[in-house]
Design a protein around this ligand. Structure first.
Ligand code: DC
Length: 220
């Protein structure tokens, strides 16, 4: 099985670029952020504080997270209910950044992620895939773009899905999440020492996909 670890900050286009590249390569695209988001949704729905590690850790045994791969992409279910759409709100994004800093949450999701890479050729997207989840992956890519460009893209994406979006607020959220994700004690966002840097600030979507596909083909 061939694994590609793709890490990078929020809104760099990792998910759409990885999804398209995986399709071209015949790989399974694994969106690990969706796993953390599903746990965050559960925590919010139970009225728990996402920043309270003890409360979140105690809730974990009541959470069953499942993934399914369909032609429309990765579907997430939480205790048997499809939550694929509901994990994409700004509230869930913020709560996810908090719960992702909790070591017990990261440990809880580790086996699931490694299991997927054992059974499939994967393009796995996250924050610590090259550093923690798949440190032996033959190809590690750090896919990024400037905060301003990421905020422009996220604003367009939210507007496109009919959600209210304010560029300044989106930029502020991105900066705050970058800070939280890269300053946490457990598995902080950072490039693996042997990661290939792919900055897409000046690239269009198709160009980014081709750049990633070409990196994979060179390594296979
Ligand atoms: O990629 P995303 O925006 O769906 O990620 C949501 C949050 O989850 C983000 O704050 C970072 C965190 N995350 C993480 O800590 N580790 C991962 N492997 C994936 C996401």
């Amino acid at each position: 099985m061939f694994s590609v670890a793709v890490d990078g900050p929020s809104g760099a286009g990792k998910s759409s670029v990885c999804q398209a590249a995986a399709k071209e390569l015949g790989f399974v695209y694994v969106d690990t952020g969706a796993l953390y988001r599903t746990i965050a949704l559960y925590v919010l729905e139970k009225g728990l504080d996402p920043a309270d590690p003890q409360a979140v850790e105690e809730a974990l045994p009541g959470i069953q997270v499942d993934l399914a791969y369909t032609p429309e992409g990765q579907k997430m279910s939480l205790n048997g209910q499809d939550v694929t759409g509901r994990i994409r709100t700004p509230e869930v994004s913020m709560a996810t950044s908090a719960i992702a800093a909790i070591p017990a949450v990261r440990a809880y999701l580790l086996g699931l992620q490694r299991g997927l890479a054992k059974q499939n050729c994967v393009l796995m997207d996250g924050r610590d895939i090259g550093t923690v989840v798949l440190p032996e992956a033959p190809l590690k890519v750090y896919l990024t773009a400037s905060p301003e460009e990421r905020a422009r893209r996220r604003t367009r994406q939210l507007e496109g899905s009919g959600q209210p979006a304010d560029y300044k607020q989106v930029l502020e959220d991105i900066r705050q999440r970058d800070y939280q994700d890269s300053h946490r004690a457990t598995a902080p966002l950072k490039p693996a020492p042997d990661a290939v840097m792919l900055d897409t600030s000046e690239m269009g979507f198709q160009q980014s996909v081709e750049a990633l596909v070409s990196l994979v083909r060179k390594k296979m």
